[in-house]
Design a protein around this ligand. Sequence first.
Ligand SMILES: Nc1ncnc2c1ncn2[C@@H]1O[C@H](COP(=O)(O)OP(=O)(O)OP(=O)(O)O)[C@@H](O)[C@H]1O
Ligand SMILES: [Mg+2]
Length: 322
Amino acid sequence: MIELAHVSKFFGDEAAVDDISLRVAKGKFCALVGTSGCGKSTTLRMINRLIEHSAGDILVDGQNIQSYNPVKLRRRIGYVIQSTGLFPHWTVARNIGLVPRLLKWPRETVLARVEELMNLLGLPVEEFAHKYPHQLSGGQAQRVGVARALAADPDILLMDEPFGALDPITRENLQDELAKLQARLNKTVVFVTHDMDEALKLADHLVVMRSGRIVQQGTPLALLQHPADPFVDSLLGGLERGLKQAALTRVRDHMASLGQTLPAQSRIPAEFSLRQALSMMLRDHCDRLTVVDQQDMPIGELSLRKIVKEAQLDKVGARDAY
Ligand SMILES: Nc1ncnc2c1ncn2[C@@H]1O[C@H](COP(=O)(O)OP(=O)(O)OP(=O)(O)O)[C@@H](O)[C@H]1O
Ligand SMILES: [Mg+2]
């Protein structure tokens, strides 16, 4: 869906992006991470031609973006920025309906679409449709920004630190909503974040940048297991890498069948992560847990020994495991 081949961007003599190549297949979630100033935002903005690249080729849906009309291209691509970029003197409903109105959708269709998106993102219409951006909390404004980016049903979403300034709980809720939305609507997403846990949780494909170059790319688990160099290692958490891998691995995939011995007191749902299991063992001073299904019925057990000795932490998809 998106392909960058040997793409560079120069500002004067300085390369902000230096010969990067990457592909994002349709329906996949790509996260760009790296230290400040390494070229993440520039990369995003070249994809929707808010910035013109200096060298290389960028293809969207197999077609070179130079051959698209920039305005038409941008309407196919939703773009969310950290500061939300909402129009302050427009209501929430009007902000969300911006692109469909520009596309001259019939008024009734726009209204229906705005209502649909507000419901999808947990913004009750009666409560929020008539509010102005300054009357919203940061998290509500972020939701409006995401709703607006989705309004004309673009195939591609570019998101530049969209959940930057949120508290951890709101942030986690929005991450979960985004993951569900993306899976359900089959959007192709390129996402920039400074939060490594967020990147690991959401991404199918993780791209680590440094000084305008791509240092390493691959699945989150592949990078956690084999960081290319000390920079990637420390960005991914250094000593914490083991726990981050455990966070991407489900209890279900490592439990044993129920034994003859008395079941352990502490219970953990099968869909939880091994990281949560380890934490529960530390909290409850035990080295065995009873694994339960959604009805709280015991279906297996998990031992510390098994996690440490046998766990091949590379077997499951990152997304489901969290
Ligand atoms: N319009 C511009 N003119 C000149 N230099 C620019 C311009 N935009 C960005 N740069 C430079 O390009 C480099 C990459 O910037 P970019 O905004 O892509 O970084 P970033 O990875 O998004 O950083 P951050 O995490 O801080 O948002 C920086 O060194 C920046 O100073
Ligand atoms: Mg940036």
